[in-house]
Design a binder for this molecule. Structure first.
Ligand code: FE
Ligand code: FE
Ligand code: ZN
Length: 278
């Protein structure tokens, strides 16, 4: 099964996101759990979640990927920011317990001067505090482009976060690989797909890889810029992206587009990717 979806706005409601996904040929989707740059949070109505769950099971969707807002910084040394990130993440995870199999993606954060090692410790400590051993949701650390003081730009940093999480929480931690970010981070996922996935397996373990953010990049390999491009219009290119979605080690995973598109653009990209899927 080819699971492909794109980023949708949560403001339309949960069941409506499912209907929107269906209308553009998707069979999964991603959304921000709250305004990505603001701090507002409205708990979704139970009926809305139930309607979404029904749509998911009736249409054979892969569970949705909830994305934490950009205002979180789990790596922060500032207590106010770190505590806000922790409390909000807890709230997000509580909601997701009502969506079976849901995934939760977050940016491991920026160390802002305290150094990557200290940032990694802060992020791991936050995960240990928000994850409950019995939860159903897998929490995914996103691979980052390495812009500014971002942690998570190397597979080793992601491994270091996982290593520092409490033992009874570890099985709930996974990784979301962003194709634009890792290319910006210097991993040539296009020319050296096999080698990059092998490195991922050696350093982190492919069993932790749960989702792919499928994006082209406006910038060349190693640029550390994090500017997504439409599929086939950037430095990754259509041929390489086709190799990625068909790679036997990852083709079973859900792919989420975060390309600069409106709904009609996403619909076209989904159709294009389906035509390239072997
Ligand atoms: Fe992200
Ligand atoms: Fe991403
Ligand atoms: Zn990005």
């Amino acid at each position: 099964m080819f699971y492909i979806g794109c980023h949708l706005s949560v403001s339309q409601g949960y069941a409506a996101m499912g209907r929107t996904a269906l209308s553009i040929g998707a069979n999964t989707f991603q959304y921000f759990t709250r305004n990505p740059r603001g701090r507002g949070f409205r708990r979704p109505a139970r009926e809305d979640i139930e309607a979404l769950n029904k749509l998911i099971s009736e249409n054979g969707f892969a569970p949705p990927l909830a994305h934490a807002p950009y205002t979180f910084n789990p790596a922060s040394a500032e207590d106010r920011i770190w505590s806000y990130s922790r409390d909000s993440m807890r709230e997000d995870l509580e909601v997701l317990e009502d969506i079976p199999g849901a995934l939760y993606n977050f940016h491991p954060g920026c160390h802002v001067g305290i150094g990557a090692e200290a940032g990694i410790e802060n992020t791991a400590r936050l995960l240990s505090e928000v994850i409950t051993p019995g939860q159903g949701t897998r929490v995914l650390i996103e691979t980052m482009a390495g812009k500014g003081s971002e942690i998570g730009k190397t597979f080793e940093e992601i491994r270091a976060i996982i290593d520092s999480v409490d033992e009874d929480c570890k099985s709930h931690v996974g990784v979301c690989l962003d194709t634009c970010h890792i290319s910006d981070g210097g991993y040539d996922i296009i020319q050296d797909t096999d080698a990059v996935l092998e490195t991922f397996d050696t350093v982190i373990g492919l069993d932790r890889l749960c989702a792919i953010h499928l994006n082209d990049s406006k910038n060349p390999l190693g640029a550390a810029k994090d500017r997504h491009e439409k599929i086939g219009e950037g430095f990754l290119g259509l041929e390489g992206i086709a190799r990625v979605i068909n790679h036997p080690l990852i083709s079973h995973l859900p792919f989420y587009l975060e390309t600069p598109n409106e709904l009609d653009g996403y619909e076209r990209e989904i159709a294009l990717l389906k035509s390239l899927r072997k």
